[in-house]
Design a protein around this ligand. Structure first.
Ligand SMILES: Cc1cc2nc3c(=O)[nH]c(=O)nc-3n(C[C@H](O)[C@H](O)[C@H](O)COP(=O)(O)OP(=O)(O)OC[C@H]3O[C@@H](n4cnc5c(N)ncnc54)[C@H](O)[C@@H]3O)c2cc1C
Length: 469
């Protein structure tokens, strides 16, 4: 728990923000102090709701002078507890929602930090462009949160992570100064790139207040299929073929094991299995092209070859936009599908794509041996080497007993990940949940350098002090 915030600092912050710019109302605070899965709860002496970058700077300035800690929060959809305060001032970006510019000539939009991902997609579409980051929490997660966690999602394979979508950042640094780095340049080789430090910093190096983001050309055709196959190794082969045979038009490639697929279809209302028979593994593949009809043709060709050669067992191609959405809903419903099953340990790991079959094989064997009866739901953005490796309690098992073994389970999964030179956090960040554990796996020389950078920018460690190193 962070040291208590002095009452006079709380009063000064209230005065800086004025009426409507802060709250201590327990009902107003409640949804911001609880993480969406209910795993973490927090507390704060004050919720601050700045309406402008200048107000953010004023708040951080007061906190910097007094050495008072701040936890930034966007949409509160983070999965590693980085946004839940434990006694710090809670700074929400919910009122920083201006759309400053959307420009289809520069192919850039400039959005404030509190704009949701869903709204970002609408703004891009308004000028005939696309913003390519896609995550299932799009209705709530914000530009500031996506940047601060360097979010991934379903289109990384083709367009890269959030980091690759950001051309410029405006931020309030831990000393309260405003850094205007809202450039729109695709080329700018003028030394260290400060925005890249802020991307993925999880709120530890300042508050992101706005960003200039890349827009992409619209698509003329999309085709989506759910494929049934025998193993992750076959899925990796299909991925390689898909890349070769479609000229790089693979928009998404998502792997799903039978258990997660079946739980999602059973537990999420309105879903049904698009294939007549059950398969050990499934892939959702999306091909997209700027040319009308090209995606459908490429997908049909790919699947016909794969069926003919016995690489896949069956496939259903979506015939309508509604069907495409339904297929995607199965993949995106995987977390919701597990919820009714009770306690689960979630691991968000990445390994080189070629190592995915070995990783899954070794992890399944080790978890099965250490925790007999536990149920494994492995799924994820396999085209990026990213596996969400979830371990559910045994059927009818006790939630608390499963929760009590969470750390031991994580150690097994993460040690295997590290043996493949993988990462224990592929896309969700470290937050308060994994920061300490990450020290076991990160290079000590790197950690020392990162700590020096943090200390240079934030000598009093006021920004999200429980997060990162
Ligand atoms: C159903 C569901 C599906 C998801 N799918 C994916 C997925 O596919 N890929 C993926 O990468 N993530 C996924 N996530 C995780 C989450 O949506 C992302 O991490 C998202 O980027 C968080 O955005 P947010 O606005 O909710 O941030 P928050 O949860 O509010 O905060 C996340 C972190 O960023 C910091 N932060 C927030 N705003 C700022 C700011 N303006 N300045 C500085 N620091 C800030 C916080 O302090 C915290 O450390 C999913 C979450 C859910 C609930």
């Amino acid at each position: 728990m962070t040291k208590p915030v002095p009452a006079d600092v709380v009063s000064r912050l209230k005065a800086v923000l004025g009426e409507g710019g802060w709250s201590q109302d327990p009902d107003r605070l409640a949804p911001k102090l609880q993480e969406w899965r209910g795993r973490w709860a927090g507390q704060t002496p004050l919720l601050v709701l700045p309406r402008s970058t200048a107000q953010v700077a004023a708040v951080v300035g007061v906190c910097a002078a007094e050495g008072v800690a701040i936890t930034p929060q966007g949409g509160n959809t983070g999965l590693v507890a980085g946004q839940i305060p434990q006694g710090e001032i809670l700074l929400s970006t919910e009122k920083l929602t201006a759309v400053r510019d959307v420009d289809p000539i520069d192919d850039v939009m400039v959005l404030e930090a509190g704009v949701t991902l869903w709204e970002a997609h609408q703004q891009a579409a308004r000028v005939g462009r696309r913003f390519t980051v896609g995550v299932a929490s799009e209705g709530s997660c914000t530009i500031g949160g996506l940047i601060s966690t360097n979010a991934g999602g379903t289109a990384v394979l083709r367009y890269g992570m959030m980091r690759e979508q950001v051309l410029g950042v405006e931020a309030v640094l831990p000393n309260g100064e405003i850094w205007n780095g809202l450039k729109r340049l695709r080329k700018d080789n003028t030394g260290y790139d400060l925005k890249q430090l802020l991307i993925g910093a999880e709120g530890t190096l300042g508050i992101v207040t706005a960003a200039s983001l890349k827009l992409h050309a619209p698509l003329a055709s999309r085709a989506v299929a759910v494929v049934g196959l025998a193993s992750p190794a076959d899925a990796i082969q299909l991925l390689a073929r898909a890349k070769d045979e479609t000229g790089g038009a693979v928009e998404a490639f998502e792997l799903m094991g039978r258990l997660g697929f079946a739980l999602t279809v059973r537990n999420v209302p309105g879903l049904r299995d698009p294939l007549p028979e059950a398969h050990p593994w499934y892939v959702l593949i999306e091909i997209a092209s700027g040319e009308p009809g090209a995606a459908e043709a490429a997908l049909e060709r790919l699947l016909a070859h794969a069926l003919e050669s016995g690489l896949i067992a069956d496939a259903a191609v979506a015939q309508t936009e509604t069907q495409m959405k339904a297929f995607w809903h199965i993949r995106e419903g995987h977390s919701a599908g597990q919820k009714p099953e009770g306690a689960v340990w979630k691991h968000d790991v990445s390994v080189p794509v070629s190592k995915i079959p070995d990783f899954i094989g070794q992890a399944d064997a080790a978890i099965g041996k250490a925790f007999p009866g536990s149920r494994i739901v492995a799924f994820g953005h396999v085209g990026d080497g990213n596996v969400h490796y979830d371990v559910l309690k045994p059927e009818g098992g006790d939630d608390d007993a499963h929760d009590a073994q969470r750390e031991a389970g994580a150690k097994i999964v993460h040690d295997i990940t590290a043996a493949f030179s993988g990462s224990i956090s592929a896309e969700h960040g470290l937050g308060a949940m994994k920061s300490l554990e990450a020290l076991t796996y990160k290079d000590p020389v790197e950690v020392e350098v990162l700590r020096a950078i943090r200390a240079a920018l934030d000598p009093k460690r006021i920004m999200n002090p429980r997060v990162l190193f």
